[in-house]
Design a protein around this ligand. Structure first.
Ligand code: SF4
Ligand code: FE
Length: 479
């Protein structure tokens, strides 16, 4: 069982999964400078769970075994569980200032739990029982999962079965007595290089003819035929070059995303939780999306708190803290952060039990939360750039600060108020740059589904007919 950070790192070292980055095979992800920050972030989910003061938020009691487990492997049993999830995410984000990745698999487990129950009710299958056995293993070993939803999708105007290349959506290519063989890929997989398993789910609602794509199954990332190709991030080379220039050297930027390829991978039946039930593909997608959208005011609220703190500190270092417009902007940033957190708490408070017994957040409110995140985090970044100043785009590198000849100039001209070192000022400005730059913002826009996906949910769940009815009644229109 994985308990400590060391256990977690050892488990990754021993996994032997096939990972590539910039044209090279990475044998030990725990030693690679491009992966270490993400791994440190994910490791926080293990480390913090061991601290008595965080036990209530970071652990839970398994309804399957009665044992105390990581909350990241728990099935929500109450509204309280839903709220604690959000509180936990904000708490961890204060420590990492970045995505810690483990929630995606957590949400996949909860969505699959609810949906396998419903599939069995309608189809007389036994996926749920199988899934319970799998859940017990995950809880027992305290594994980290990738939530594998997003397919590459090729030509977006065509359904999976009409693509020129049938692998552009992950599919079953062969059914055997002992299991299935799958082919395809999942894109933007957060935390994939430092997880143990991937829980594959369909990427969208499916129609007749798309049966091979109605697939939910769990695959160890070291299974034969699984290849992980790690993506580049804004300024990622700085992680290897300079701690100061990296901004958040310990924990990096966002979650570290990879393209995960399945080149004819065998999956035994006991790991298959949907196979051909097209009528439940959309349900699973919607549940996973709701459960992940629920999170965003928690983790991004927590990340925003750090950005606000960094801006306040930079203002102190630069002597602008007393200016009323700076204080006003900091208050506005706090309002934007608390607004997204409010949404996450609200959708959790309005959560309810599904037929399986697992609790589910209110979908339209979770949706609203995520759409607000895709706006507010950009507004917070805009205000951060305003407060910190143009210097975050033009700051000299650490190498010049330490340079034997020109270092003295950087020291002298990058200084702020008396009593604060130039180095401290540079560090906080780099942190702001890191946390409000390219990749971090794009994640807030597209993580848990692009904004348009949330608008579609409003069209579906927004009850426009009721709204029309209320307006008609007040206007006295009877026809
Ligand atoms: Fe968790 Fe947030 Fe990262 Fe998603 S974006 S995995 S909710 S920390
Ligand atoms: Fe995300």
């Amino acid at each position: 069982m994985i308990k400590t950070k060391r256990d977690y790192l050892d488990s990754l070292r021993n996994l032997g999964h096939v990972v590539y980055f910039k044209g090279e095979r990475v044998d030990d992800v725990t030693k690679h400078p491009s992966f270490i920050p993400h791994i440190n972030s994910a490791a926080k989910t293990y480390e913090m769970a061991l601290l008595p003061e965080h036990e209530d938020l970071l652990t839970a009691v398994s309804h399957l075994t009665g044992k105390r487990i990581s909350r990241f492997t728990h099935i929500h049993q109450s509204v309280d569980d839903l709220i604690k999830k959000v509180q936990m995410l904000r708490l961890i984000a204060h420590e990492t200032g970045s995505c810690f990745q483990r929630c995606v698999g957590f949400d996949g487990l909860n969505a699959t739990y609810m949906t396998t129950y419903d599939i069995d009710e309608r189809h007389g299958t036994s996926y749920h029982e199988r899934f319970l056995a799998y859940m017990k293993k995950i809880q027992e070993e305290n594994l980290m999962l990738v939530g594998g939803m997003t397919d590459p999708k090729g030509d977006r105007s065509k359904p999976p079965s009409k693509q020129d290349d049938p692998d552009l959506f992950t599919r079953v290519v062969e059914k055997r007595d002992d299991g299935i063989v799958i082919s395809g890929a999942k894109a933007h997989q957060t935390g994939a290089v430092n997880s143990h398993e991937i829980l594959l789910m369909p990427t969208m609602s499916l129609r007749e003819g798309d049966e091979p794509y109605a697939l939910t199954c769990a695959v160890p990332l070291n299974a034969k035929g699984v290849v992980l190709i790690f993506g580049r991030q804004t300024n990622d080379e700085r992680k290897a070059e300079s701690r100061l220039d990296a901004g958040n050297p310990e924990f990096g930027m966002v979650g570290g995303e990879a393209l995960v390829v399945f080149d004819n991978v065998f999956v035994p039946w006991e790991r298959v939780f949907m196979c051909g039930e097209i009528d439940f593909a959309g349900t699973l997608v919607e549940r996973f999306a709701t459960l992940h959208r629920q999170n965003y005011g928690g983790c991004k609220g927590g990340v925003s708190d750090v950005v606000i703190g960094a801006c306040a500190l930079a203002s102190e270092y630069q002597g602008t803290m007393k200016a009323s417009h700076i204080r006003d902007k900091l208050a506005e940033m706090m309002h934007l952060a608390e607004t997204i957190y409010t949404g996450s708490i609200a959708c959790s408070a309005m959560g309810y039990p599904t037929a399986s017994g697992a609790f589910y957040p209110d979908p339209i409110l979770a949706n609203c939360t995520k759409l607000n995140v895709s706006r507010n985090v950009y507004k917070i970044a805009q205000l951060a750039h305003d407060v910190a100043g143009g210097i975050i785009a033009t700051l000299p590198p650490e190498s010049d600060l330490r340079h034997p000849e020109i270092g003295k100039y950087v020291q002298k001209y990058m200084a702020g108020v008396a009593g604060v070192s130039t180095e401290a000022r540079m560090k906080i400005l780099r942190l702001i740059e890191n946390m409000t730059g390219g990749t971090a913002l794009v994640e807030s826009m597209h993580g848990a589904g692009s904004p348009q996906a949330q608008k579609v949910m409003y069209q579906r769940l927004g009850r426009i007919d009721m709204k029309i009815k209320w307006a008609k009644r007040l206007a006295g229109i009877e026809e």
